[in-house]
Design a protein around this ligand. Sequence first.
Ligand SMILES: [Zn+2]
Ligand SMILES: [Zn+2]
Length: 262
Amino acid sequence: MADDIYEVFAITYARHDRNAAANFIGGDPHDGPMPLNYYVWVIRNAARTIVVDTGFDRRGAEKRGRELLRPLPEALEALGIDQASVADVVITHMHYDHCGNDGLFPNARFHLQDAEIAFATGRCMCHEQMRHAYELDDVLAMVRRVFHGRVCFHQGTSEPFPGIELHHVGGHARGLQSLRVKTGRGFVCLASDAAHHYAHLETRRVFPTCLRATTRSPASPARLLTSCRGTIPWWPASILRHCRVPRHGSCGSMRVPSAQAR
Ligand SMILES: [Zn+2]
Ligand SMILES: [Zn+2]
């Protein structure tokens, strides 16, 4: 396999049962079950293994009332990944479900957008509505990594590894970034929270955690939607539709088929 071609794995590590109304600003007129699953991604080939996001641990799950399906160390072990040998972790944004499990990758560099750590340590965190999705300990852990020279900052679009691009999207969190990954069957977009469900893209509705709700941030819901709408046709193999979501109570890792155009 070429140096810039990867396999992508989705690790479903937690779940939250909720109704659709909780997933959209303004609720949902057909308010039925619409659970959220929580993922960590692994991108790998013979040359490198990249972990995308670090999830939360059991304590984090209990604090937020989420069901932990499988602790991340176990799931990584099942994929044959030695945590200490992971050299690079991409953090899509620093919300509690993407940036926890401090210490899991003791030798890794963390790849983060400038805008995200500025947001998570700046004036917006004075507001409960803005900081509720962040955990102070996770933010402190990231600052500590900065001081230890373990954070690689990105601004906008970059290609830190052959075949793996980072794209600043914003909207849901100021420094939210999505990934575009080259696979044997085309590009896969790891949208992260730029699109929780396909319904957000297809009906142009917005997940409730969104900056414009309480601030004058330029990363507005309109921008989020514009970004997503522009993104998906360009990244034809968007991942969500092609992952079978495990049934309640089950968990595991699945190889993501990099499908053709939607
Ligand atoms: Zn988020
Ligand atoms: Zn999230």
